[in-house]
Design a protein. Structure first.
Length: 264
């Protein structure tokens, strides 16, 4: 008589995804976005339309990162792009920084009275806007819509129209019975916060705040804050001094960035 054997227990498949961001290996759960993986490593990626607790939208594109290598490298929004096995992402290449600055210029031209957008311009060293200002009250980031639907469980407002006619409003432009006047839409709106100079600012770009943007992007293809050896500081200005490094001679930086940015 043959003895019956119990089936061997199946190994539980691992749900982890391994990728590399700015040269750092990280393993995250399946379904994690590149933005979440980068923040897990402590890497800073700017966002405007993304807020924790709300679904990803990818409307502002400020969170762009560069994935892939060589000629196949491309830009994607990190808040909506899922982490994949073997993915290589870089968060602060010259291409990425240049794209973010252009997007900030476009945002400034749409709503120059927004303090949130002006703060982004100051952070990335955007000192002028090459586009004609529109002075709009909405940048179509969708934060108010998602706040109303996902957190307040109301759905009193939503997008309507397409293209240049796209806007946010109530159904049929009438007062919604679903609105509880909670103020959540105003609280989360980046345009509702007025810039420091008030509504009658003399310039489109404030430019009054000190810019602490790393300057190493002028000499390297990536920010060196996380990748560089000792002596290559991404928050400083090169003074032409040389030090011995793992990759040969590197320019030694000193903390003169603040002094340089304060000059008119």
């Amino acid at each position: 008589m043959k003895q019956l054997r119990s089936p061997e227990p199946q190994q539980t498949p691992r749900g982890g995804v391994r990728l590399k961001i700015d040269g750092l290996d990280v393993t995250v759960d399946a379904g994690t976005s590149v933005l979440e993986a980068a923040r897990f490593l402590g890497l800073e990626i700017p966002t405007l339309c993304h807020v924790d607790g709300l679904s990803a939208y990818g409307g502002c594109r400020l969170c762009v990162v560069e994935i892939g290598k060589g000629d196949k490298a491309r830009l994607v929004s990190s808040c909506t792009y899922p982490a994949e096995d073997g993915l290589v992402a870089r968060t602060n290449t010259k291409r990425v920084v240049r794209t973010r600055k252009m997007l900030i210029e476009l945002l400034v031209s749409i709503a120059p009275s927004s303090k949130v957008i002006q703060d982004l311009a100051a952070r990335f060293g955007v000192q002028k806007c090459r586009f004609k200002p529109k002075y709009e009250d909405c940048i179509l980031c969708g934060l108010c819509v998602r706040m109303c639907q996902e957190q307040m469980m109301s759905g009193a407002i939503d997008f309507v129209g397409r293209g240049q006619k796209r806007r946010i409003t109530t159904p049929f432009d009438k007062k919604s019975e679903l609105c509880r006047t909670c103020g959540g839409c105003m609280y989360i709106c980046p345009v509702c916060t007025l810039r420091c100079q008030g509504p009658s600012a003399p310039t489109d770009v404030c430019g009054s705040c000190v810019c602490m943007e790393p300057t190493c992007i002028e000499k390297f293809d990536d920010y060196m804050c996380y990748l560089g050896p000792t002596g290559v500081c991404g928050t400083c200005v090169s003074e032409g001094k040389k030090v011995e490094g793992s990759g040969g001679d590197k320019e030694l930086c000193h903390t003169a960035n603040t002094t340089q940015q304060r000059q008119p």
